[in-house]
Write a protein that binds this ligand. Structure first.
Ligand code: ZN
Length: 202
């Protein structure tokens, strides 16, 4: 994906699912550099992690953030070569193929982000059946770009991704989590290694 304004035909206004849950409005600032994402548009990533509360079955947010293109680039440079190669291979083997084959069957899915977020993009498990999952989408200003469609991955996939990352990269992600994703105190244990981590991907 390139850092440029997406084609108008390939973008939609930001779905509420990707709003900042604190104020039920679009994210305004990059988590790392504080750049204003709406007034000073650039490509950015939003990631949210959810879990089903084991007591009442309600969906809860573990963490959420928006990060601008520049910061993502800088951050992923810190990933080890081995981790990057493994991540690329993992997604090439899984997500791309599945999405493409699904999309060929349902071409109108291109402007329906729900299509991509109704089940695990890799395992195909319906979201209703997942106790934990993460969603990622790519944005430009007030729009979601569908040049790189959003995706959802289950806790099982998150575990698989973490298992192919090098120790060095896991340390980088732990540093990021500790510095930026403190979140509500009740989830602090949940975020601590080796539990759920953000997966910052271009
Ligand atoms: Zn930034």
């Amino acid at each position: 994906m390139e850092n440029q304004n997406p084609e108008e035909s390939n973008r939609i206004i930001i779905p509420k699912l990707f709003y900042d849950s604190l104020n039920d409005a679009p994210f305004t600032n990059c988590l790392m550099c504080n750049r204003h994402l709406l007034m000073n548009p650039t490509t950015y990533l939003i990631e949210k992690a959810y879990r089903k509360n084991p007591v009442n079955g309600k969906k809860e947010i573990i963490f959420e953030y928006a990060i601008c293109w520049n910061c993502i680039s800088k951050f992923t440079e810190s990933y080890s070569k081995k981790s990057m190669a493994n991540i690329t291979e993992y997604f090439n083997d899984n997500i791309v193929r599945r999405e493409r084959s699904e999309l060929m069957k349902i071409p109108e899915a291109w402007n329906k982000p729900d299509f991509f977020l109704s089940k695990c993009s890799i395992k195909g498990t319906p979201v209703k059946e997942l106790d934990e999952y993460q969603v990622l989408g790519y944005f430009y200003g007030r729009f979601m770009t569908l040049d790189s469609p959003p995706f959802l991955f289950s806790g099982a996939v998150s575990d698989e991704i973490l298992s192919i990352l090098s120790e060095q990269t896991l340390d980088e992600l732990d540093d990021f989590t500790g510095k930026y994703l403190t979140g509500p105190p009740e989830f602090s244990d949940f975020l601590r290694a080796p539990k759920r981590k953000p997966v910052i991907l271009l």
